[in-house]
Design a protein around this ligand. Structure first.
Ligand code: PMM
Length: 285
């Protein structure tokens, strides 16, 4: 089974697709902004996600919704570090969602086991050396620029080929920068400089991403492309918080296609989905 999904050095090994629950300590994330903005509420929510079946909890302090402005460094540290410390001290495997080396370093010092950088190390030149020094796993996501203007970069002749090629370049650069290859996780970056048709094309070809040879994280939760898929006859998408059943469907598909982990806001349904996928896998012998 581990050959199907791959192994990430420095993290526990699960016998199925892992579930990463999301805690956004932000006032403005697109689906849950403001809900867990206070440290105590954020830690409580992370513990609830773990109790519901999250194998890892991803803590972020900067919204990356399309058009979002950047948060200031001191504010990001203030949001993220105490939540990471609170969850790690309770035994939760914590991932820190940040584009800043300083936040990654302080989060690792507070107990984070994984650095999840949506820019794949491009936003902050100090990130790759910091992760290499810390010796922790690193999520390298496909990224073409900051959220403020990323939609204008959603131009592809061959989205699967271009995303795979750009991710390969980032993986090479990250390894050259000193991060051990066995600590790298890759991620197609659904919704980042991508339209709905691009996200769906990537989900249809997870095999091409897996061929990069590293464990694959799929983060589809509540994203715009699901709004498009679920839109009513008048074309209006359901609100983000009504996309959880669709998210769990993507989790089942991703798990069946060999994803190492799925990143979701609502854990319960996805925890079931990955277990069903595991059971079907087991029945195939
Ligand atoms: N998407 C968001 C935030 N962090 N991390 C990874 N690795 N991959 C993603 O696709 C990703 C991410 C944006 O979604 P949110 O605002 O709902 O957290």
């Amino acid at each position: 089974m581990s050959t199907l999904r791959g192994v990430v050095a420095g993290l526990p090994q699960w016998d199925r697709c892992a579930v990463m629950g999301v805690v956004n300590v932000t006032p403005d994330s697109f689906s849950d902004g403001g809900l867990w903005f206070d440290t105590g509420a954020a830690v409580k929510h992370g513990l609830e996600l773990a109790a519901e079946g999250a194998d890892l909890v991803d803590v972020g302090g900067e919204s990356t919704r399309p058009g979002a402005p950047r948060v200031d460094e001191a504010e990001e540290l203030r949001r993220v570090v105490p939540v990471v410390r609170g969850l790690a001290s309770e035994g939760v495997v914590v991932s820190v969602d940040t584009m800043r080396a300083s936040v990654a370093e302080q989060a690792v010092a507070a107990g984070a086991a994984l650095v999840n950088d949506v820019s794949g190390g491009l936003a902050d030149p100090a990130m790759v050396p910091a992760v290499a020094d810390a010796g922790v796993p690193f999520v390298v996501m496909h990224w073409r620029g900051f959220s403020e203007d990323m939609n204008s970069r959603a131009v592809y002749a061959d989205v699967v080929g271009e995303v795979v090629g750009e991710l390969r370049q980032r993986m090479d650069a990250v390894v050259t920068g000193g991060v051990a290859p066995e600590r790298i996780v890759i991620d197609p970056g659904l919704g980042f400089a991508k339209g709905a048709e691009h996200d769906l094309a990537l989900l249809a070809r997870l095999d091409a991403l897996r061929a990069l040879g590293r464990p694959l994280l799929v983060a589809a939760s509540r994203k715009r492309f699901l709004g498009r898929v679920l839109a009513g006859a008048d074309g209006s998408p359901p609100p983000a918080r009504e996309r959880d059943a669709a998210t769990a469907a993507v989790s089942a598909i991703s798990a069946r296609e060999g994803a190492w982990a799925v990143r979701v806001h609502e854990v319960r349904a996805t925890a079931d989905a990955v277990r069903v996928a595991r059971a079907v896998e087991g029945a195939a012998g």
